[in-house]
Design a protein around this ligand. Structure first.
Ligand code: ZN
Length: 64
C-alpha cells in the first residue's frame, strides 16, 4: 500500500482547511404559519412542506 513519504506540516494542513468554514443557514418563512423556517426543510412549527403535511413527530408527541 502506498504511504506518504513524510509527515506534512501543520501549516499545510491549516492552509488546506482555510476554505473549510461554516455557512449561514438559508432561512425562509412558512407560507402556512409564517414562522421562520430553514429552506428545503419541513416547518418545525406546523410540519408542512410545500403545502403538504409531512411531519408526523408533532402529532405523536402531543398524543403522549
Ligand atoms: Zn409552518
Amino acid at each position: 500500500m502506498a504511504l506518504p513519504t513524510r509527515q506534512h506540516s501543520h501549516a499545510r494542513t491549516n492552509s488546506r482547511r482555510s476554505h473549510w468554514k461554516a455557512r449561514r443557514l438559508s432561512l425562509g418563512t412558512c407560507p402556512q404559519c409564517e414562522a421562520t423556517t430553514q429552506s428545503h426543510n419541513a416547518c418545525p412549527k406546523c410540519g408542512y412542506y410545500r403545502g403538504v403535511k409531512v411531519d408526523h413527530t408533532i402529532k405523536e408527541k402531543s398524543e403522549k
